[in-house]
Design a protein around this ligand. Structure first.
Ligand SMILES: Cc1ncc(COP(=O)(O)O)c(C=O)c1O
Length: 326
């Protein structure tokens, strides 16, 4: 249904306001300031309210529908998270701004990095990727570079379970790699015999979501890591379902070499209307140097003071890096 513009339903002489009677003597405006060609629409208040209400209802919004992102449906994230993201210190920061003027934001990002390292059991984290799929692509490029540096550029095959999310093979294709599908067994886990048969010196790595997209935790994760590492490949964790593991198990300790987190899923990073999200990458010691940068370094004395203020300290004492409520 098309909505007319305010000019199309303008009616000469109609007005949206009734002014109170004058309680001062009337005074004419100077003639040279008067004009009748200003072209403004003449509308009643109700016409205007209904017009803009109809237009507002055409916007996609979480008050009337699900929370979308490019590749999947999203859980509801509280609106307070959008408000925080709109704080001028975040929203008005510029990528080329001098770091000295960004120490508050950088200190908070650094703290987030440290928490993610702790939660995931990784040695280093980069906050650069802007969505889960972006993290996948970054990770595959890291894996390529890692193998190339070891004289194993021939590793071009990515093993992907048949239960995987569509972004996994898509990212793999974008990274210029070939995918090989690994079937699930009768319990919905990765078929170990098929994985063993597929794992060889042309394999770059396995992309594994655990719990997988069927909602099942693959109980063979230890054996999967042994098989993958046994053929010289890397184990990538698709961390989209990390909310099921957070505080219970750390993927880095399960043998996962690198993993993306979807902060808009596991936590509450806003991504209204389809983006941006946030897909930080965590890496083991062997892959830490390949993370996309810049990665924020340890706070300087100045930023430590700012971080201390942000966590409510009146003196420049360090904020705790551990927290029980995120
Ligand atoms: C298992 C899995 N992997 C990857 C992604 C991609 O994440 P994003 O939508 O943030 O790009 C999703 C979500 O959509 C997912 O469910």
């Amino acid at each position: 249904m098309t909505e007319p513009t305010v000019y199309e339903f303008s009616v000469p002489g109609r007005s949206g306001v009734t002014l109170a009677p004058l309680d001062v003597p009337a005074a004419e405006l100077p003639a040279d300031l008067l004009r009748d060609d200003n072209g403004l629409p003449e509308l009643s208040q109700l016409d205007v309210v209904r017009h803009f209400l109809r237009l507002s209802q055409r916007n996609w919004g979480i008050d009337s529908g699900f929370y979308p992102l490019g590749s999947c449906t999203m859980k509801y994230n509280p609106k307070i998270a959008d408000e925080v993201a709109r704080l001028p210190g975040f929203a008005e920061g510029h990528p080329l701004q001098a770091p000295a003027t960004m120490q508050g934001s950088l200190a908070l990002m650094h703290r987030l990095q440290e928490w993610l390292k702790e939660i995931g059991g990784f040695v280093a984290v980069s906050l650069q990727p802007a969505a889960g799929a972006h993290g996948e692509l970054g990770a595959l490029l890291m894996m390529r570079a890692y193998h190339a540096d070891r004289g194993e550029a021939r590793r071009r095959v990515v093993l992907i379970p048949d239960s995987a999310h569509g972004t996994n093979p898509a990212s793999s294709a974008m990274a210029g790699l070939t995918t090989l599908e690994i079937p699930s067994d009768a319990r919905g886990n990765l078929d170990l015999a098929a994985l063993r048969a597929a794992c060889n010196e042309s394999v770059l790595g396995l992309m594994l979501t655990n719990p997988n997209t069927l909602g099942l935790f693959d109980e063979n994760i230890g054996e999967i890591a042994r098989i993958v590492h046994g053929c010289g490949a890397l184990l990538y964790g698709d961390g989209a379902n990390m909310n099921a593991l957070t505080g219970i198990v750390r993927p880095g300790e399960l043998g996962i070499d690198l993993m993306h987190y979807n902060l808009h899923k596991t936590f509450a990073t806003p991504h209204g209307g389809g983006g941006p999200g946030s897909g930080p990458l965590g890496a083991s010691a062997a892959l830490a140097d390949y993370l996309p940068g810049p990665v924020s370094s340890a706070p300087t004395p100045i930023s430590r003071c700012m971080a201390a203020r942000a966590c409510g300290r009146t003196r420049c004492t360090p904020c705790s890096t551990r927290t029980t409520s995120a």
